[in-house]
Design a protein around this ligand. Structure first.
Ligand code: BGC
Length: 452
């Protein structure tokens, strides 16, 4: 063959090999999975969201959420890099050995996971709401291990961006010792088929920060430690029907020094523990229920997210489109402020006031200044603006209607109004005069009638 001809043939062969390898699917157990996955190992888990109340309901849809494919692009495009999908496997597996998980359910989870992975979202699946195990461990231990053996085997060829989380919020009979030995067994089981997959493990007492110190981790390089964060509970869970007794509503979160300190201190416990134990942290759930007022929710959400980020803690908001929802599935749009609280990386500065309009409220970078000014007031001159309340050491008063707020977290400034005594006196005097005038007219009319 001519030299240049063999060169062309060589190039063509090379080209076809390259194009073939790019379309060959990774092996999988599922038809849905035979599309090309990008599995960049540099995918970063930082900001995520839980698609809650769907696959962890007894049946998907029963709690009002059915996962639509488009949710994943909506989530990705909004700036999240991670999705946590809680799953109630225990409701879809045989009660007796071999505890087989239903094929139809696997197919459904495969589909959801595939759509998520194709958006290049780090995708966490867990075992959620296996309530029986919390109180009847011995009866369910073997079943839990079998569930993980099946799940692990099923997803063993999936990209590394699929993460496993052992069990949501261990509590009840799962005391530290019992949980630690179960963790060891579960990790060993998963490692039989998934030697390097990321496994997420949380402490007891509903994944409490305070229980991190009692968590015993297996020696394994691919473990991430999770905790859940709902402090203060009486704020985040006000009106939550599933909590008994249900905490009363009307609790605000203004971001006062004391309120912020409480959150910082708890997150510090987690960060300190992670440093000492060389662990990677995920705040796998945090959020405030929609029975709380939206301004407080925005402040709390942005503050907790920013404080976690400062400590290098990845987070997943609880949750996408249900009772805590950052997304409104009926209007098919994000609740803009909650989304901003999560992904903008900023803090919200607002003014609480009975009257008037203020310029300069909104989202600010930490460390910047917000210029707040009273623009106009929508009231009679009976109330006059007096002063701003809630200023800190680093804030500046520019003039009596303008201030500069140092943004070191979400800030809420109160505008205080006072009664305008002069205007009120004039108003009262005019009213009395008018009344007197009426009285005189009526009196005159009556005396006329009497005379005639
Ligand atoms: C539970 C949800 C609950 C949420 C906040 C989750 O771990 O699974 O049912 O709404 O925590 O309390």
């Amino acid at each position: 063959m001519h030299k240049s001809m063999s060169y062309i043939v060589f190039c063509l062969i090379l080209l076809s090999i390259v194009s073939l390898t790019t379309v060959i699917p990774i092996s999988s157990n599922n038809a849905d999975c035979d599309k090309e996955f990008k599995s960049p190992s540099d995918l970063k888990m930082s900001r995520g969201i839980n698609i809650g109340n769907a696959l962890e309901a007894p049946r998907e849809g029963e709690w009002g959420v059915y996962i639509m494919d488009e949710y994943f692009s909506i989530i990705k495009n909004a700036g999240f890099d991670t999705v946590r999908i809680p799953i109630r496997w225990s409701a879809h597996a045989e009660e007796k050995p071999p505890f087989k998980i239903s094929e139809a359910f696997f197919n459904r989870v495969d589909h959801v996971v595939n759509v998520s992975l194709k958006q290049n979202l780090i995708t966490i699946i867990n075992i959620h709401h296996y309530e029986e195990i919390m109180y009847e461990l011995e009866k369910h231990r073997e079943r839990l291990i079998s569930l993980w053996r099946q799940i692990a085997e099923h997803y063993k060829d999936y990209p590394e961006s699929l993460y496993f989380e052992l069990l949501n919020e261990p509590h009840g009979d799962l005391t530290d010792d019992i949980w630690n030995s179960l963790v060891e067994e579960l990790v060993k089981t998963i490692r039989e088929s998934n030697p390097t997959r990321k496994i997420i493990i949380g402490p007891t007492d509903w994944n409490s920060v305070y229980k991190l110190k009692d968590l015993r981790l297996p020696k394994d390089e691919n473990i991430i430690v999770t905790f859940h964060f709902y402090t203060p509970f009486e704020f985040t869970h006000q009106g939550a029907e599933w909590v008994k007794p249900t905490p009363p509503t009307g609790v605000k979160w203004r971001g006062s020094e004391a309120e912020r300190r409480r959150i910082r201190e708890e997150l510090d416990i987690a960060a300190k523990w992670a440093k000492e134990n060389n662990a990677i942290l995920l705040m796998g759930e945090f959020g405030a229920y929609s029975r709380a007022d939206i301004e407080s929710r925005i402040r709390w959400t942005s503050f907790v997210a920013r404080e976690a980020e400062k400590r290098g803690i990845a987070w997943c908001y609880w949750e996408f489109c249900s009772g805590f929802g950052a997304y409104d599935p009926v209007k098919k749009e994000w609740r803009k402020e909650l989304l901003e609280a999560l992904v903008s990386g900023k803090h919200y500065v607002s003014v609480e006031s009975e009257y008037g309009e203020f310029s300069g409220t909104g989202w600010y970078e930490e460390g910047s200044y917000a210029l707040i000014r009273l623009m106009e007031k929508d009231t009679l001159a009976l109330d006059v603006f007096d002063h701003f309340e809630g200023l800190g050491q680093n804030d500046r008063i520019i003039d009596d209607k303008t201030i500069e707020i140092y943004v070191d977290g979400p800030r809420v400034i109160k505008a205080v109004w006072r009664k305008n005594i002069i205007m009120i006196s004039i108003f009262v005097a005019i009213s009395i005069l008018i009344l007197l005038a009426f009285a005189v007219i009526i009196f005159k009319k009556k005396t006329k009638i009497v005379k005639s």
